[in-house]
Design a protein around this ligand. Structure first.
Ligand SMILES: [Zn+2]
Ligand SMILES: [Zn+2]
Ligand SMILES: [Zn+2]
Length: 256
């Protein structure tokens, strides 16, 4: 049997491995930066072109200004796939194909509303406007976040794709930096986070006030002890007296 020799890949040195890992981290940070950049450009474009629907327009079921399809079809959410009729399955597949044919490369979330089946691309078109109830919920959450006491926050230092570093605060429950792109004041640009390290608490824990213990001298301590002992003796004597009287009342005689 003739053996085939597989060409051996040269082994990577530790230095090369480190370099590869660093390149990968940098690539991910640059990708996040690019995603952020194109989303920001989209938002500016939507504002400039008046693509956003007002809530009133949305409620009047004005179609999406991006794709021209409505948001509201009032057909309710799709049933689970195993419960779909053949007609529903076909319609579901057609809707999926319609979407993917147009937005396969958008790498975006699909937007839509619970009571309807039509979906829209979260990158190409603005999401449906929020209701006043949704705005209230968000406002409350932000209010809570802004009231987080400093001692529950940590300071994080992020190194950005440009090499600059920025510091930010984050709640202690997060064990890694949750922000992938940050503002770099030196570049006046949004930059991807290459790595982040926790510096430490944003503020020391609140000062615990321990009530001062009164200072007691040795003589005072002895006197207190004596009073306590007499109080115990007095209580025992009183109990004994009560017992004697109760027994006398019941006509019981007893020898001590
Ligand atoms: Zn749309
Ligand atoms: Zn799209
Ligand atoms: Zn920078």
């Amino acid at each position: 049997m003739i053996g085939t020799t597989v060409p051996r890949m040269p082994r990577l040195t530790e230095e090369q491995k480190k370099q590869r890992a660093a390149d990968k981290v940098m690539r991910h940070a640059l990708e996040a930066e690019e995603r952020d950049r194109r989303e920001t450009l989209k938002r500016l474009e939507w504002e400039k072109n008046g693509t956003y629907l007002t809530r009133a327009e949305f409620e009047a079921n004005m179609p999406c200004r991006g794709c021209g399809r409505p948001f509201i079809d009032n057909r309710g959410p799709w049933p689970a796939q195993i419960h779909m009729t053949p007609a529903e399955s076909a319609e579901y597949a057609a809707e999926n194909k319609y979407y993917l044919d147009r937005h396969r490369d958008c790498q975006a979330y699909r937007t839509g509303i619970d009571s309807s089946r039509i979906t829209h691309c979260g990158f190409c078109f603005p999401p449906p406007p929020l209701s006043s109830r949704q705005i209230d919920v968000i406002r409350k959450e932000f209010g809570r976040a802004s009231k987080t006491p400093e001692h529950e926050l940590d300071i994080w230092k992020s190194t950005l794709t440009c090499g600059h570093t920025v510091q930010g605060r984050q709640h202690r429950t997060s064990t890694s930096r949750t922000i992938a792109v940050e503002d770099c004041p030196e570049c006046s640009a949004r930059r991807g986070v290459v790595r982040a390290e926790r510096i430490g608490p944003a503020a020391p824990p609140p000062h615990q006030t321990v009530p001062d213990q009164p200072i007691v001298t040795a003589a005072e301590f002895d006197a207190i002890k004596l009073v306590e002992e007499h109080k115990v003796a007095l209580r025992l004597a009183e109990d004994r007296l009560k017992q004697i009287r109760r027994d006398a009342h019941r006509g019981v005689s007893f020898e001590d």
